[in-house]
Design a protein around this ligand. Structure first.
Ligand SMILES: CCCCCCCC/C=C\CCCCCCCC(=O)SCCNC(=O)CCNC(=O)[C@H](O)C(C)(C)COP(=O)(O)OP(=O)(O)OC[C@H]1O[C@@H](n2cnc3c(N)ncnc32)[C@H](O)[C@@H]1OP(=O)(O)O
Ligand SMILES: NC(=O)C1=CN([C@@H]2O[C@H](COP(=O)(O)OP(=O)(O)OC[C@H]3O[C@@H](n4cnc5c(N)ncnc54)[C@H](OP(=O)(O)O)[C@@H]3O)[C@@H](O)[C@H]2O)C=CC1
Length: 501
């Protein structure tokens, strides 16, 4: 059997979602580890006033492609952008491009999706299910297609506790749902969405489950593979440790904690957050293309020992609101208490301060957004799942020893504290674009925050005590008793030290 790199040599690959987090890393890794790959066709749409060409050219300037660029400055010649808006009929690919793709594509990686948890059902269905269907139809026209790899999520079946490497029956026949939603206006769809998604937490996991079923329907006509990553985090090693470019999932949580904004979160301390580095997911995806089978992948990170706070204390973010410190509890009331004391109260004080300085208050608004985001993640942070990963282990055993290194997805090799440290540094450098040389100033800022806190606490204690003493005889008695006790101790130590001298 050919090695993974040999398999991709001379092949033309089609990638959707190549401008996304995972897609970019997939493109980079293919160019780096499979240098003989013939061409990478990427489906891209114009966005935010930028043309498709401009977007692709910006993407290739990204630091992520540094090692590829150094190795081969002409690497961009292998990347062929195809204009496509996935939510449009026929993916809005021109007939000439359809012809071109049909004639040359050997492998398809379908990464594009909306991963927002609050996506309206109609749009999530359009992108995650209908576009997948359209892509499968296109794939059937490809004369030399060898594999169609669909990126799903380990949470597509999160309504189950134990998840096997099988496609479960869909919650509803996708075709019927698409037909019925077609005539409904957005308001009606919004009203019935909770009933439709049932025991799933959001439209994302619901539509990803439907998409898996749609892909499975084509298994007689195409060689399909489904990869189900869990929570995808910053890169472990490739192209360099800590690469991350978004606020999704844990990254937003880490940044909010590092900035001292997030001080409490509802999660099951005994549960694990199944985090997997993006480079491992990409390695597994490429190996799945080589082998074409059904895979999934997880790595447990315990909520109790997450190493995030200690990492940010060593490498602080700039201008933190408060010192990083997070209380993780599964108890609703305790969490609400901390939200009040550690989130809303400081936000209120800070906004009051801003108002007094003639500035616009902003902290309460930031906290409201944070609470919305954290609320959407709570379902995942409060539970535990069990995944079967026999196919993944089998795939690993099929790789040559060299490929096991070049396309490593063995999560047991990961050093957890080191990975989280690089992840936190990655959020600082690549998401927030902060300079590492500012770390001493950021540490100084944390020290200042600590001193403000000590001063504030002392003033508060003295103030409460003074109020208390003024009103209660008993408090006064206790106060005098404590003071006289301290005084006696002091005199005793002074006397005994005089004796020993
Ligand atoms: C110290 C404790 C440590 C504990 C350790 C444990 C960690 C693990 C924790 C929990 C794990 C659970 C994870 C489960 C994952 C499942 C896995 C998957 O299969 S898929 C992928 C998942 N998909 C998402 O993560 C999308 C989630 N995001 C959304 O749905 C939306 O972004 C939402 C609703 C959260 C916000 O929507 P809007 O409309 O209010 O805002 P918008 O347009 O997205 O963003 C506005 C601005 O805010 C930033 N932003 C977005 N999310 C942020 C966040 N979480 N924190 C801070 N800023 C964020 C954005 O970059 C943007 O910035 P600009 O305006 O462009 O400058
Ligand atoms: N991130 C995670 O934690 C996890 C992700 N996954 C899965 O991995 C895959 C990739 O996720 P990730 O890279 O994080 O997601 P991103 O949101 O970073 O990327 C999504 C990609 O889809 C493209 N896309 C979205 N809408 C359209 C459209 N209408 N037309 C054309 N392209 C479109 C985006 O293009 P554009 O740049 O134009 O917006 C982007 O390239 C998804 O299938 C997701 O379900 C699974 C588990 C966890």
């Amino acid at each position: 059997m050919a090695s993974v790199a040999e398999y991709y040599a001379g092949k033309s690959v089609l990638i959707t979602g190549a401008t996304g987090f995972m897609g970019k890393v997939l493109v980079e890794k293919l160019l780096w580890s499979c240098p003989e790959v013939k061409a990478l066709y990427i489906l891209v749409r114009p966005k935010a006033g930028q043309s498709m060409k401009q977007r692709v050219s910006d993407m290739m300037k990204c630091k992520l492609f540094d090692r590829v660029r150094e190795d081969n400055p002409d690497f961009h010649k292998k990347i062929i952008p195809i204009s496509s808006e996935l939510t449009q009929p026929g993916l809005s690919i021109s007939p000439e491009d359809v012809e071109k793709l049909s004639a040359c594509i050997n492998i398809v990686f379908h990464c594009a999706a909306t991963i927002r948890f609050d996506e309206p059902l109609k749009h999530a269905l359009q992108l995650n299910v209908i576009a997948t269907q359209e892509l499968l139809s296109l794939a059937q026209r490809m004369h030399h297609l060898e594999a169609f790899i669909h990126i799903s999520t380990a949470y597509a079946n999160c309504n189950r506790k134990h998840i096997d490497e099988v496609i479960y029956p869909p919650p509803v026949e996708p075709k019927k749902l698409i037909e019925s939603l077609e005539w409904m206006d957005d308001g009606i769809v919004q009203d019935i969405t909770p009933r439709l998604i049932g025991d799933r937490p959001n439209t994302y996991t619901y539509t990803k489950a439907l998409a898996e079923y749609v892909v499975q329907q084509e298994q007689d006509k195409l060689n399909i593979g489904i990869v189900r990553p869990s929570i995808v985090g910053a890169s472990w090693q490739e192209p360099f440790p800590g690469w991350i470019d978004n606020f999704n999932g844990p990254s937003g949580v880490f940044i909010a904690a590092g900035k001292g904004i997030l001080r409490t979160m509802r999660a099951n301390n005994d549960a694990v957050a199944d985090l997997i580095p993006v480079d491992m997911v990409v390695n597994l995806t490429l190996a799945a293309g080589w082998y074409t089978d059904l895979e999934e992948n997880i790595l447990p990170l315990s909520f109790r020992k997450h190493h995030v706070i200690s990492s940010f204390k060593r490498n602080p973010l700039e201008q933190a609101f408060r010192r990083p410190n997070a209380n993780i509890t599964s108890n609703y009331l305790i969490n609400q208490y901390w939200i009040l004391v550690s989130h809303k109260f400081p936000a209120f004080i800070y906004d009051l301060f801003l108002r007094l300085c003639g500035q616009k208050p902003q902290m309460m608004r930031i906290f409201n957004r944070l609470h919305k985001a954290i609320g959407l993640l709570e379902y995942f942070s409060s539970q535990d799942w069990e995944w079967n990963s026999e196919n993944m282990n089998m795939l690993m055993s099929q790789l040559t020893p060299e490929d096991r290194t070049a396309f490593n997805f063995d999560v047991r090799q990961l050093n957890w504290p080191e990975y989280i440290e690089n992840y936190c540094i990655g959020t600082k450098k690549y998401v927030l674009n902060e300079d590492m040389s500012d770390i001493p100033a950021a540490r100084q800022h944390l020290r200042k925050l600590r001193n403000i806190r000590y001063t504030f606490n002392t003033v508060l204690v003295v103030f409460i005590w003074r109020v208390f003493i003024a009103r209660s005889q008993m408090a006064r008695n206790i106060w005098y008793f404590v003071v006289s006790l301290c005084f006696k101790f002091l005199s005793y130590f002074r006397a005994s030290s005089t004796l020993t001298n």
